[in-house]
Design a protein around this ligand. Sequence first.
Ligand code: SAH
Ligand code: SF4
Length: 387
Amino acid sequence: MTANLLDFDLEGLAGFCERLGEKRFRAVQLFRWIHQKGATEFDDMSDLAKSLREKLKTSAVVRALPVLSQHISADGTIKWLFDVGGGNAIETVFIPEDDRGTLCVSSQAGCAVGCRFCSTGHQGFSRNLSAGEIIAQLWFAERFLRSHLERGERVISNVVMMGMGEPLQNYSALVPALRVMLDDHAYGLSRRRVTVSTSGVVPMIDRLGQDCPVALAVSLHASNDPLRNELVPLNRKYPIAELLAACRRYLAVAPRDFVTFEYCMLDGVNDTPAHAAELVALIQAQGERGSWCKFNLIPFNPFPASGLIRSSATSVARFAKTLSDAGIVTTIRKTRGDDIDAACGQLAGDVKDRTNVTTRMSKHRIVKIEAAITLPNAFNENTFNDQ
Ligand code: SAH
Ligand code: SF4
């Protein structure tokens, strides 16, 4: 069977080389060609022996994902829709900023968690992506950006697993993909610059801490269990107390000294002063007056079937102020890629693309900027920076 070399981390590739009767260290050369130079043709890999190239041609491929569409926003944000077969598509988004470039990567086609406010959740689960399909998003984006921007250096400095899907419900593919991201012979990203976002798969948070501790973001969205049970159904299995305890355990191995909580702001549902106060008490009960975490408030991106409404700018600012006044560092997610969002970001249903494949779209959570919000200086602009 032909192997897709994008599926392998360095250890896996070394094993593959061994099975071909080659020395393990050949994997390093091969890995660099694939991930650092973006090569797909074995004949281009000039420092590999001809005999190895011939073996590779019959046993392996570097298989990227077909691009269904690409949208470039006026602010430089780029969104790609990739075909993953069987009528499914996934989204990947590049968000450029002055000092870095962040890639938002998908882990599944659809999602089984079924959060009320999430269009991916509404669509249901199609399938897990393979490690190769996860890494193919980074491989493609890096290659595209480098040729597009005509720059030699790395363009993507941060990866967030915040596209479609629940990464910790696709653990066996996630971990090798993370290892490729971190490997100095591939993308060489620091652990602090790779973030896994989860709706709270408690046992897998612990495993991630053991196997591959990267930065952790947890989608909290509620200040008590009855509300979170409604918004994030997984809460019925892993309630808030267990989730917060797992976050605290994770801190012992985390590359940063905080966990980020994401909180989707839903008008009248989870955004009142009472919710903010309840949240402060919940977080501070875990100790250190809440300085062990940061909050990222995400104004809800509406989609038709949700029946939910985005919180007003005033409610978001008021909520943020309550957390901030209590000493909890809080940011409001910045707006990027507004214009392309309108085109394909927040679709709830299936869409037909030019090739007539029915593709399943996720929401995208690049939110509109709430222009008039003035924030106390305890807010920093970015949640995922290094400070
Ligand atoms: N499944 C993972 C990662 C993908 S979702 C998780 O839930 O964490 C990434 C973030 O976008 C999560 O915090 C999620 O709650 C949020 N999100 C989902 N749908 C949204 C919407 N319609 N508007 C705003 N944020 C949304
Ligand atoms: Fe899945 Fe995350 Fe959407 Fe919930 S918010 S349905 S976990 S992708």
